[in-house]
Design a binder for this molecule. Structure first.
Ligand code: NAD
Ligand code: IPM
Ligand code: MN
Length: 367
């Protein structure tokens, strides 16, 4: 039988820097655990635009459809700010999500003990935090029609449309309830049913799906209140289910509960493939961080933890995913810090690659 396949798309800015560390870790699992992958690499985002004039070449799209998992670094950057909207780096990522039909985006926010003091919130607010945001990823205002910039009288109008079908809400909700069943059986759905019809439908469908999961305690919250509650007392939540745009905002917000945006991984999952595993793309929640790109300062942990999610959700290697997550936890407990995590006086930051090496060291120690 052939090895499971991974397509690596490092992308732009710090994407290639953090992905280099994941490459080391993939190598470690091959050498030390005899878990081999067939790894190929390709371009996405600005780097693909530079090479091909498009942020995602059709051949890359086709490869992404065939592999067992895609790992993506980050896309975008100021160099591409003035490009036509249709070829902006971010369009490459959105095309991958849409054409792979990755409707369920899991964004776990976990506060490692070693970082509890470092969060911008009080220690007891975040210590022990472990929540999961499920963001619908293939619909909503990101993709709804009509959209565009149009002439209207003597001025222009910019239009995007929030649009959700019942089946789109239903499948995202189902994935969130399934996760809640495997966690603490608590799900809070966030929308703005007070001002948006799509929110009314969202609440109705989620409630209907919830009837199939009587063990899960379901609540609903307006998303603005949800944002406030997330920083007031985040431990009231277990699974949060929300739409594409609210999920984007709420997950960046949740990232700071863990200490840094450089800590938050994600898995974007679609329907099961022939092998029973979901179609999947794994990527850190952060972007290409142009302000620190090329300086060896980026925290690779979000990308490394995204690979841990791949081990768990795509490769049936839950125990090895635990091993990798524990290695990250140990490195942080040992006080190893990239610059984004520096709060303590007298601690010298490590570089991106030193952080990767430290995780490898902790993996070695786990054997
Ligand atoms: P960003 O996430 O790139 O950066 C926000 C801030 O967080 C910056 O100060 C950055 O230095 C810091 N940061 C982010 N990741 C870090 C890491 N791993 N280690 C240390 N610090 C980190 O968001 P932005 O600046 O708003 O966007 C920059 C570009 O990235 C834009 O083009 C945007 O569209 C794109 N973007 C891409 C993705 C993605 O590829 N999934 C996600 C978000 C933003
Ligand atoms: C994210 C990013 C993307 C989004 C962009 C880069 C398309 O912010 O993954 O959180 O808005 O979904
Ligand atoms: Mn985002």
């Amino acid at each position: 039988m052939s090895n499971p396949s991974i397509l690596i798309l490092p992308g732009d800015g710090i994407g290639p820097e953090v992905m280099a560390e994941v490459r080391k870790i993939i190598g470690w699992f091959g050498d030390k655990r005899d878990i081999q992958f067939d790894v190929s690499e390709d371009l996405v985002g600005g780097s693909a635009y530079d090479a091909h004039g498009t942020p995602l070449h059709d051949d890359t799209m086709a490869k992404a459809q065939e592999v067992d998992a895609v790992l993506l670094g980050a896309v975008g950057g100021p160099k591409y700010d003035d490009l036509d909207f249709s070829v902006k780096p971010e369009r490459g990522l959105l095309r991958l999500r849409k054409e792979m039909d990755l409707y369920s985006n899991l964004r776990p926010a976990q506060c490692f003990d070693a970082l509890a003091d470092f969060s911008s919130l009080k220690t007891d607010v975040v210590a022990g935090l472990d929540i999961m945001i499920v963001r619908e990823l293939t619909s909503g205002v990101y993709f709804g029609e009509p959209r565009g910039i149009f002439e209207e009288g003597n001025e222009r109008v910019g239009i995007n449309t929030q649009r959700y079908t019942e089946s789109e809400i239903e499948r995202a909700a189902r994935s969130a309830f399934e996760l809640a069943m495997r966690r603490n059986k608590k799900l809070c759905s966030m929308e703005k049913a007070n001002v948006m019809e799509s929110g009314i439908l969202w609440r109705e469908v989620v409630t209907r799906v919830g009837a199939e999961y009587p063990e899960v305690e379901l609540s609903h919250m307006y998303a603005d209140n949800g944002a406030m509650q997330l920083v007031r007392w985040p431990k009231q939540f277990d699974v949060i289910l929300t739409d594409n745009l609210f999920g984007d905002l709420l997950s960046d917000c949740a990232a700071m509960l863990t200490g840094s945006l450089g800590m938050l991984p994600s898995a974007s999952l679609g329907a099961p493939m022939a092998n029973g595993r979901p179609k999947a793309l794994y990527e850190p929640v952060h972007g290409s961080a142009p302000d620190i790109a090329g300086q060896g300062k980026a925290n690779p942990i979000a990308c490394i933890l995204s690979f841990a999610m791949a081990l768990r959700y795509s490769f049936d290697q839950g125990a090895e995913a635990d091993r990798l997550e524990k290695a990250v936890e140990k490195v942080l407990a040992d006080g190893v810090r990239t610059a984004d995590l520096l709060g303590e006086e007298g601690v010298t930051p490590v570089s991106t690659s030193e952080m990767g090496d430290a995780v490898i060291g902790a993996l070695d120690a786990s054997l």
